[in-house]
Every structure is written in C-alpha cells, then in structure tokens.
Design a binder for this molecule. Structure first.
Ligand code: SAH
Length: 368
C-alpha cells in the first residue's frame, strides 16, 4: 500500500524525502500543500515535475480521496463521497453561507445507533474514523473553496462575513461522535490549533451517549453541543431511538445542560418532525402533535436552549412522511407561546441527498 504522507510526522516526512534523495526543505513544501488539502502531487507547483510524477507513483497525499462530488442546484452545497484506505466510504458536506463556510464531517463509517428515521445506520457500523481521517474531511472542503477562488466563483455577495475559508465545523455526518470520543476530541483540538477554527464555531451532535457527554465536560472546551432529542417522553423516544433504553431522556438532558451551563452556552436541541401515513393516506403526526409540543415545552421551560425543528427528510427505506408546513408551524407556535426559543432549520442540499439524516454509506440507491 502506498504511504500516506499526511499521516507522517514532520520527522518522518523529512526522512521520507531524504530517502528518495531530495533536500530537506522539500518536506516543508510538501507539508504546506498537504495542510491545504492537495488531492495529489500534480498540484504542488513548486516541486520539480519529475519529483511530482515520482511522488504520484509512490505515495498518497491524504488518507481520504474524493470518489464523487455532487453540487446542489443553488451551488452553495457540495457533498463529497470519500474513500478511505480500506475502501470504506464516508461522506462530508460543504455548506457555503453568508456567515462563513461550514463543513459537516462524519465520525464513523456507518453507525450502530439504529435510529428508525435515519439513513446513516441502515448498514450498521463499519468502524471508527481516525483523527487524520476526520481532519482530512475539512481539508477536502478547504481545497474545494480554493477551486472556487481560482475559478472566480463568487457564490456570495461581496461584503458578507465569508472570508473564503472553512470557518465552522459540525460533527453531524454519519456516525455517533460520542462512540468515537477520543478521536473526535483529537480532531477538534487540531482543527482549532492548525486551522484556527474557534471552539464556538464547532458543534458536536449526539443522540445522547451520557458517558461521552461527561467526557466532553471533563475536557472543558467551550464548543457547542447538540442533542438529537426527537421526542419529549421516554416512551416515544425509545420507540424511534433504541439508545434511549440505555440512556433515558432525563439523564441525557441533565448531562447536556451541565456541559452547556459550564461555559454559559446555549444547548442545541434537534427535533425532527415525523409523521406516518394514516389509513386515508393523509400524514398522521407522530411526535409533533399539540400534546407533544406542550410536553416538550414542559421539559425545556426556563432552560438555556434553542430547539431546531427539522421536518423529516425522505429516506426511501423508512416508512415515515414529512408533516405539512402548517403542522410544522402549529408545533412551533406552541413552543413560542411557552417561551421556548425555536427555529425551523433550513435544509441545505436536499436535492443531492445531503440534508440531515440522508448521509449514508454509498449504495446503489444513491444518486451517484
Ligand atoms: N449521531 C449524531 C450525529 C449525526 S445525525 C446524532 O444523532 O446527533 C445529525 C442529525 O440529523 C441528528 O439530529 C439526526 O437525528 C438527524 N436526522 C437523522 N435522520 C434524519 C432525517 N431523515 N431527516 C432529518 N433529520 C434527520
């Protein structure tokens, strides 16, 4: 297998270039290109052509490589299908917005959590990703933004707050980050120190692994935490999220508010709005009736949190349907009346299967 130069330490990279008869300074040049996300050696224009060809034959740059790239019709969202060295595949998504460029990264190949509404878990868990594999996903996005600049693609109006680099990270791709906590923490530390991404611009989303949340608390960095709640009672939550049998609602929320309270941060609550097809073919609300809106309000009243309402995104293999726009607003109105901060999440990349919960390991059902 070809060595992956991104995975080498500085000392190892220097040794590598010396072994092929090159001066030491080449190691520094190569490192700079690797940190920019160079997909191969051909792009490393300050290396002699002969060396670039030699390196392409004998080594790889990153531990992930782009197999497919899909762009949404508004051009603001790009989804990447990435292949790892053992041929597992993962996905990540770049979202260009007026406030910055956000990357949604995967933390595992596949997922073991079994949530009934999600595409990521359909094929089970393959394995945890390493720190380098997670970090490389933001480098892939960073390289894409460089292509935007070079091709003079001005996706955003001038004068907005987007400086053209990756500025925000959400760990919300495939996998459960708090089942791979050590590597996720290692990744965030590096994103902060090497890419200068502030703690407050990084969000980790979990289905509610209590020991993992406690580890984040111990770690002590003021990142954002998002809890995938999706139901305000244990009875309903256990039906759609098996993990609730292990860590019931109250234990999840206690641990989560302890974490967010520590840094005086707002806890993000994610709440998918689910309906099922009723007998007459009309959607029948599941977790978003008026009664559940009142229960959710009771659970969160007086707490420092923001409820993101996410109308369910279609996953072919799953039997749910999305509630009507009216139903979504009725649910939100009750939360607002009860003093709960809430917003409806704008979905990005729905047309390329990269909206929440649509990411999954590539299989033939995907539009690649
Ligand atoms: N395992 C982590 C992170 C990945 S999921 C977690 O559970 O938080 C990212 C978000 O998308 C979660 O809130 C998840 O519940 C939600 N999601 C999953 N499937 C969805 C779907 N089909 N439509 C909308 N959101 C979905």
């Amino acid at each position: 297998m070809k060595p992956i130069l991104f995975n080498l330490t500085d000392a190892e990279l220097t040794q590598f270039v010396e072994n092929i008869g090159q001066p030491k300074f080449r190691a520094k040049q190569i490192r700079e290109w690797l940190q920019r996300g160079a997909p191969d050696f051909s792009v490393m224009k300050n290396l002699p052509e002969k060396l670039r060809n030699q390196l392409n034959d004998m080594a790889q740059t990153l531990p992930v490589h782009v197999v497919k790239k899909l762009e949404s019709s508004d051009k603001q969202t790009t989804k990447f299908l990435l292949e790892l060295n053992d041929c597992e595949q993962i996905e990540c998504v770049l979202m260009r917005t007026s406030y910055g460029n956000s990357v949604c990264v995967s933390s595992q190949a596949g997922c073991a959590m079994g949530c009934k509404f999600c595409a990521s878990t359909l094929m089970g868990l393959k394995r945890n990703l390493t720190v380098n594999e997670i970090f490389s996903q933001i480098l892939v996005a960073q390289w894409e933004l460089r292509i935007d600049r070079e091709s003079d693609r001005h996706i955003h109006p001038n004068g907005d707050a987007n400086n053209g680099d990756v500025s925000h990270i959400v760990v919300m791709g495939t996998g459960e980050p708090l089942q791979n906590t050590e590597n996720v923490i290692g990744f965030i530390e590096r994103a902060n120190s090497e890419m200068g991404i502030g703690w407050r611009k990084i969000t980790v989303s979990t289905c509610g692994i209590v020991p993992g949340i406690k580890e984040l608390t111990k770690w002590g960095r003021p990142i954002n935490l998002a809890i995938s709640l999706h139901a305000p009672t244990d009875e309903l939550r256990s039906k759609i999220m098996p993990i609730n049998n292990k860590y019931p609602l109250s234990t999840v929320l206690d641990a989560a508010f302890e974490f967010s309270g520590l840094h005086n941060r707002q806890l993000m609550i994610e709440y998918i709005l689910l309906a099922v097809r009723g007998e007459n073919g009309e959607p029948e609300l599941l977790n978003c009736t008026a009664e559940y809106a009142e229960k959710l309000s009771e659970l969160l009243r007086g707490k420092n949190c923001m409820v993101n309402l996410i109308p369910w995104n279609t996953v072919d293999e799953r039997d749910f349907v999305s509630p009507s726009g009216n139903a979504v607003h009725r649910f939100q109105d009750i939360l607002i009346k009860n003093g709960i901060h809430t917003r409806i999440r704008r979905e990005r990349g729905n047309d390329i299967g990269s909206a929440c919960g649509q990411l999954r390991l590539n299989n033939k059902k995907q539009p690649y």
